[in-house]
Design a protein around this ligand. Structure first.
Ligand SMILES: [Fe+2]
Length: 246
């Protein structure tokens, strides 16, 4: 029988050798926004440990379907139809249930629906570019969308973002919040992206790159990509109470 008791302990500290450094000059905007002073380490507060909690009743019927959630009746977003799915896990490999997973992305041509967007690629009148879902009891999530296009951005002289989907995940506490990006297996822009290259460990980059998942592809409809997400875990009660020598 699965243990469904909620854990309430504090979270593991973030592994700062795994995550990118805050100051990474090749990614220009990191220069002004990175801390100028040494960080202080604080214990988790109760509000960081205990919340937030989300219910499925907050979700709209089409929130997990970007092909249709902004489209006019009878129409759909233009692009390569894909399913993105996976599990939200903690550092001990346990599925994180009830996690709010939010995602946003450019359209098939690489353009965002945003008033500050300046890329000349066209908007798709049937594509909004954002959605959300909540993980099930095993930490599983899935949504349907179109594959985003790559886009140029003002950083170096000629920098292009690989195709990517932005993710925000709220787990069982604010201290577990993660904002990240998913890339697509085989994209030649990944290895030359200044943002990707703020990550020093190649294994960490590969964890952000979703492989093509033919087992979950729907024939004559959509390809699938698998993307598992690992959040900071809780220190287990058993571990904290373990007697020396056991
Ligand atoms: Fe982006």
């Amino acid at each position: 029988m699965r243990n469904t008791l909620a854990e309430t302990g504090a979270f593991f500290p973030r592994d700062r050798s795994w995550h990118p450094k805050a100051f990474t000059p090749d990614y220009k905007t990191s220069v002004l926004r990175s801390p100028q002073k040494a960080l202080l380490s604080l214990s988790n507060t109760v509000s960081e440990i205990a919340g937030p909690v989300f219910g499925h009743d907050m979700l709209g019927e089409m929130d997990d379907d970007l092909i249709y959630n902004y489209a006019k009746p009878g129409e759909s977003a233009i692009g390569e139809r894909i399913i993105v799915h996976g599990r939200v896990l903690d550092e001990r490999g346990r599925g994180v249930s009830g996690a709010l997973v939010e995602f946003w992305q450019a359209n098939a041509a690489g353009r965002y629906r945003h008033k500050k967007e300046t890329y000349l690629a066209p908007l798709d009148p049937n594509f909004g570019g954002c959605g959300r879902t909540i993980t099930d009891d095993d930490g599983y999530y899935a949504f349907r969308t179109i594959k985003p296009g790559p886009y140029p951005w003002p950083n170096g002289v000629n920098d292009w973002r690989p195709a990517h989907i932005h993710f925000s995940i709220f787990g069982h506490g604010f201290a577990q919040r993660l904002i990240t990006q998913m890339y697509f297996e085989g994209d030649p822009l990944i290895s030359i992206c200044p943002i990707v290259n703020t990550i020093s460990d190649p294994e960490a980059i590969s964890r952000l790159t979703a492989p093509l998942d033919m087992n979950n592809t729907i024939p004559m409809d959509s390809r699938a990509f698998k993307f598992d997400i690992v959040l900071r875990g809780r220190r287990s009660t058993m571990f904290e109470n373990r007697k020396e020598g056991n």
